[in-house]
Design a protein around this ligand. Structure first.
Ligand code: ADP
Ligand code: MG
Length: 351
């Protein structure tokens, strides 16, 4: 579906492993004082000077987590960094470094890896993080990418999943459901394309949701905003698997229940119109879709005046005693139990 803009194919074996690493990483510069030593030795050296260190990692496997027939490699590089940074921000921390490890089959020429690293570099520049290491190896089949992100935070600023209290407000950033719907559009167009390769898809009316899928952003701005507003969430998580499963994580780990209001869930107009076209419920998509990389958190009611005017934040419910359970209050004002479906209900192989 995506045209090969790089007809040139340079074999990786021409460069050798060290030549390859050098070639791919030579344009990355170090931005942070906390990076004492980056790429080039046996290990990186970091110095967080009394702050706590945040570490998180994600493994992405071709055919399981991404499909290169519609995912350009540059976007894949970008997204693989973003999904990790999102986890750092979900701790209310600042992301500062990443490592990137790749396993590649001989199907990939140098030009493909250059594209991948162009996306990684873009994410490093936009999100202000240093690439400080990684590993490079071959795979028998397909592409694997592991990104590890590191970050820093003052101990008192770190927000875990387990601090929510009854009566706290449940807040979400941005809007939900777009990434899942973007994937549905891309899968549909891929099938059309397989039947008729001359049929170039017209995706104009889906630009926002496709971008949510192919080039998601992480909410670097939210920990910064909360600090400025002097709000410390009582619990926080990022929405990688869908709103319902993330709410369940917060509730279980905090030992609380919750009431989530269906009519409060923030949806982009493109999500609503595409749901109508696909004849699926926008609430189901928001609850179960996943990959939105928004932040879901709880705050004390006392902090409500500080956040209420903010266009990036929506209060979607409140926490209750654990014995009251976890419920969705529907538009028709009925109460139904929240169930975790997440990706698994849609794609058997997603982790
Ligand atoms: P080792 O033999 O100790 O595993 P390598 O030769 O794999 O070391 O790596 C040399 C340097 O290059 C190290 O700093 C390592 O972190 C870095 N590096 C290796 N592969 C990558 C990669 N794909 N992206 C970024 N840095 C890498
Ligand atoms: Mg190595």
């Amino acid at each position: 579906m995506i045209e090969d803009k790089n007809p040139q194919r340079t074999s990786i074996s021409d460069l050798g492993e060290f030549g390859l690493i050098d070639h791919l990483t030579k344009n990355f510069s170090i931005k942070h004082k906390t990076t004492v030593k980056g790429i080039g030795d046996d290990a990186a050296v970091l110095d967080f000077k009394g702050k706590k260190t945040i570490v998180t990692t994600d493994l992405l496997v071709e055919g399981v987590h991404f499909d290169l027939s519609y995912m350009p490699l540059k976007h894949l590089g970008y997204k693989s960094v973003i999904v990790n940074l999102s986890d750092v921000y979900a701790m209310n921390a600042k992301a500062t470094q990443i490592t990137v490890s790749i396993a590649i089959s001989n199907r990939f020429p140098l030009e493909a890896l250059e594209e991948l690293y162009a996306g990684i570099k873009l994410a490093c520049d936009i999100y202000d993080v240093d690439l400080v290491g990684g590993d490079t190896t071959s795979s028998n089949k397909g592409l694997l990418i592991t990104v590890t992100a590191l970050g820093e935070a003052n101990e008192e600023d770190i927000v875990y999943r387990n601090g929510a209290k009854p009566n706290d407000l449940l807040v979400v950033s941005g809007d939900l459901g777009g990434a899942y719907l973007g994937l549905q559009v891309l899968e549909r167009e891929k099938q059309v394309f397989q039947v008729n390769p001359k049929n170039q898809p017209d995706l104009d009316q889906y630009t926002y949701i496709i971008e949510r899928q192919l080039k998601p952003e992480a909410r670097k701005d939210i920990p910064e905003l909360l600090k400025k507003l002097e709000v410390k969430p009582t619990s926080m998580i990022d929405i990688s698997d869908g709103l319902s499963s993330e709410i369940i994580h917060l509730c279980k780990q905090s030992n609380v229940g919750c009431n989530l209001h269906e009519d409060k869930i923030p949806l982009d107009p493109q999500v609503i119109s595409t749901c109508e076209e696909f004849d699926i419920s926008s609430s189901t998509v928001a609850l179960s879709g996943g990959e939105d990389y928004e932040l879901l958190f709880t705050i004390s009611q006392d902090d409500y005046p500080k956040i209420k005017a903010n266009p990036s934040l929506t209060v979607i419910g409140h926490m209750t005693d654990a014995k009251e359970g976890m419920h969705l209050i529907t538009r028709a004002n009925t109460k139904i139990a929240i169930q975790a479906r997440g990706w698994n209900s849609f794609k058997g192989n997603q982790a």
